[in-house]
Design a protein around this ligand. Structure first.
Ligand SMILES: Cc1ncc(COP(=O)(O)O)c(C=O)c1O
Length: 390
């Protein structure tokens, strides 16, 4: 293979090594530490959803599903959008089933961007965004969110737009900060998109994890936004089946068609027997969504209390299943170095938020913990962390 000096990894991906989640989960496995790094629940979702998948597996739904997804799932996604947000996508052409939200984001960027286009996104950003923007030949324009409030600076946001701006890529509720964009911030984003004829791509995978009585407000519900917004979500977080990778994108026909054009050459289709199970899941009564949210809010409170007791400066999240904290009260400065040593020092894995920032100075002292874990695991992790300053 060493016949040329050219690196094997394409230049587009040269700056993207192994994801931090894989690195940290590997560290957790190797050291036996409690993994509060990667965002996956340590319990399965409702057994009746599993039964629905088993029935589909036994019932012969094991060949390729249609490219856009099985009709029952597209109808269930449309019904979910109507029920929770009064959005009314046509299951035939305005709903696309994808391999998780990850593929929906990738296909959106690949399907909608030309080389040289610019994508405005908010840092710290979910790590696949930067890689997919690069794969699409586009450039990212990050808007920096800073603790404690992680609020959007309207001037910085306005200044990020250029003639090449193709889309704003928004994630609310936001990973890794747990921020839920306020209505005022959403209105600011919508106003700029409308005025400048820019698209919005909204990753809403944590739509059912908004706490303290707040509501999730899809950007697509703001005036003039339905016609320019692609809304993305997935079953992984909402039903605690992150390994199933059933996601979707909804929006105007032409936008969805562009995404589907890219998607058909990525996976074409996936998860045939899981699709009917998620169709069933999306139809669960409101009580399911309520108790899921309440349960996760209690876990947020539990982990935040534990982190505070351990001496960290905690930024209490309004949504998602993540909390960020500043390590400086512990006399530490560098979150990356801290997280690499944490399994050995305390038997806990966390993720350094700096990897999601282009502005490394802002991210340096911040780390992220996931609280989608059993109570006894959260308590044990908190007890171990408390020994750090003991
Ligand atoms: C903001 C965000 N988008 C997308 C994903 C991935 O979703 P999926 O597993 O459905 O591909 C995640 C998972 O952590 C996420 O946090």
């Amino acid at each position: 293979m060493a016949t040329t000096e050219r690196p094997l990894l394409s230049a587009k991906l040269a700056q993207f090594g192994t994801t931090i989640f894989a690195q940290m989960s590997e560290l957790a496995l190797r050291t036996g530490a409690i993994n509060l790094g990667q965002g996956f629940p340590d319990t399965d979702g409702p057994p009746e959803i599993i039964e629905a998948a088993v029935e589909a597996l036994r019932g012969g739904q094991n060949q390729y599903a249609p490219g856009p997804g099985i009709p029952a799932l597209r109808e269930a996604i449309a019904a979910h959008q109507r029920r929770f947000y009064r959005l009314d996508p046509d299951p035939d052409g305005e709903v696309l089933v994808t391999t998780g939200a990850t593929e929906a984001v990738a296909a959106a960027l690949l399907g909608l961007c030309d080389p040289g286009d610019e994508i405005i996104t908010f840092e710290p950003y979910y790590d696949s965004y930067a890689a997919c923007i690069a794969l699409a030949g586009a450039t990212r324009r990050p808007i920096t969110l800073r603790p404690p409030g992680y609020s959007v600076d309207p001037d910085a946001f306005a200044a990020a737009f250029t003639a090449r701006t193709r889309a704003v890529l928004l994630n609310s509720p936001h990973n890794p900060t747990g921020k839920v964009f306020t209505r005022q911030e959403l209105e600011l984003i919508a106003a700029h998109c409308r005025e400048r004829g820019v698209l919005a791509i909204c990753d809403e995978v944590y739509e059912h994890l908004v706490f303290d009585g707040r509501d999730h407000v899809p950007l697509a519900t703001l005036p003039g936004m339905a016609e320019r917004t692609l809304t993305i979500s997935s079953a992984g977080k909402t039903f605690s089946f992150t390994g199933w990778k059933i996601g979707w994108a909804t929006g105007p026909r032409a936008l969805v068609a562009a995404v589907q054009t890219a998607k058909q050459f990525l996976t074409f289709t996936s998860g045939a027997p899981l699709q009917p199970a998620i169709a069933y899941a999306l139809g669960l009564p409101d009580a399911y969504f309520e108790s899921f949210r309440a349960g996760m809010q209690a876990k947020r409170d539990r982990l935040c209390a534990g982190l505070e007791a351990a001496g960290l400066d905690v930024f209490r999240p309004d949504g998602t299943y993540f909390v960020t904290a500043d390590i400086r009260p512990l006399g530490e400065q560098d979150g990356h170095a801290f997280c690499l040593r944490l399994p050995e020092r305390a038997g806990v894995v966390a993720v350094p938020t700096v990897v999601f920032y282009d502005d490394k100075e802002v991210g340096r002292p911040l780390i992220r913990f996931a609280f989608c874990k059993r109570d006894e695991i959260i308590d044990e992790a908190a007890a171990r962390l408390a020994r750090l300053h003991g």
